[in-house]
Design a binder for this molecule. Structure first.
Ligand SMILES: Cc1cc2nc3c(=O)[nH]c(=O)nc-3n(C[C@H](O)[C@H](O)[C@H](O)COP(=O)(O)OP(=O)(O)OC[C@H]3O[C@@H](n4cnc5c(N)ncnc54)[C@H](O)[C@@H]3O)c2cc1C
Ligand code: FES
Length: 316
């Protein structure tokens, strides 16, 4: 029994073993509670969180600020930027989102999602004070500690700004650890830009070089940013590849052409990072939904370097 011992995250319990229930299709943890009685924890059981704030970011895109109901969890919860969770709307199901808030801010988490279907539709109907479920944090993360002393370039398209925002704020909260910080962000139209207030703040703070762009036709008469697709704008932005790390998140086509643009600028595949958004179900390496060959993205990813992605997918 002792060899299976591992700490248990369930409050008020002491975990003694982990295994697959003989007659259950789910994994269970067998724990002792405060009275030394056995309790079983289902690893698919979500934590409960209350919606504290809702921000309507763009058409069909909203951010939820969530606070765990269990005060002990609220204090102890920790994650690394780039990790994701399974967010549930009760009665509708679970959806995978990155944790969009930075690892440096404690006591709450945020997610930002686009309404695309069943679960995101249900989450879009909720109000402040309602309860959602959260499982996580899962997956690997951006190695921000290894990037100390380097220049950082963040490239995002559309809702792909959500994971980028988490890592940008994590680095801005430790601004002295990094060199120049550049953000290149594009959306279809001005209205579709997500985190408009934060973009304004990054633009004004003086230690971030922000380049915003919208697709041709998406500009308004007042628009002062660029007009053009992200990879083209990226190529025109004077970026030094030397001692610089790049992070790209967005639609696959944007990632593909941004990688080519970075290559032209002299970036090496091992200094360019992205996150993969393969469809997921369990999030913990059990269901086989997310795999590419024998790689389980939910366990080994979602953060990869461009060099690793090239080895996994031939067409990148
Ligand atoms: C690691 C990871 C992080 C993610 N982070 C975010 C995030 O921060 N914000 C966000 O808005 N979305 C994110 N996604 C995508 C998100 O999980 C899906 O859009 C969401 O689950 C759709 O749920 P639904 O029930 O509303 O849609 P469904 O009813 O299940 O599907 C609606 C439509 O979306 C398609 N779809 C569902 N999942 C995906 C997917 N993963 N990729 C492409 N198409 C999909 C379906 O085929 C269908 O056409 C992330 C996905 C992963 C794997
Ligand atoms: S999502 Fe189930 S194995 Fe990765």
């Amino acid at each position: 029994m002792a060899e299976f011992f591992e700490p248990c995250s369930a409050s008020g319990t002491h975990c003694e073993a982990m295994g697959r229930g003989r007659f259950l299709s789910v994994n269970i943890k067998v724990c002792r509670d405060a009275n030394n009685g056995f309790v079983m924890n289902n690893i698919y059981l979500p934590y409960l969180a209350a919606i504290k704030d809702i921000y309507e970011e763009a058409p069909e895109v909203r951010t939820l600020r969530l606070v765990f109901k269990d005060p002990r969890l609220r204090e102890s919860f920790d994650f690394k930027t780039g990790q994701f969770g399974l967010f549930s709307a009760f009665g509708s199901g679970e959806s995978t989102f990155c944790i969009a808030s930075p690892q440096t801010r404690k006591g709450y988490i945020q997610c930002t999602f686009r309404k695309t279907g069943r679960v995101t539709g249900a989450l879009s109907m909720l109000n402040v004070g309602d309860t959602v479920g959260f499982r996580g944090p899962y997956g690997n993360f951006f190695p921000v500690e290894e990037w100390k002393g380097k220049n950082l370039v963040f490239i995002a398209g559309g809702i792909g700004i959500a994971p980028v925002r988490s890592v940008v704020w994590t680095c801005l909260d430790r601004r002295e650890d990094y060199g120049e910080i550049t953000v290149v962000y594009g959306a279809k139209t001005v209205e579709d830009l997500v985190y408009k207030n934060e973009l304004k703040h990054w633009d004004e703070r003086g230690d971030v070089f922000l380049v915003q762009t919208v697709d041709p036709g998406g500009e308004t008469p007042e628009w002062k940013g660029r007009v053009g697709f992200v990879p083209a704008v990226l190529e025109e932005t004077a970026l030094r590849a030397e001692n610089t790390v790049a992070v790209i998140c967005g639609p696959p086509v944007m990632i593909k052409f941004s990688l080519k643009a970075l290559e032209k600028l002299g970036f090496d595949g091992s200094s360019v990072y992205t996150t993969l958004e393969n469809r997921m179900k369990c999030g913990v390496g059990k269901c086989g939904r997310c795999n590419v060959g024998d790689v389980y993205i939910c366990k080994e990813g979602p953060v990869y370097t461009a060099a690793e992605i090239k080895r996994m997918y031939n067409d990148f």
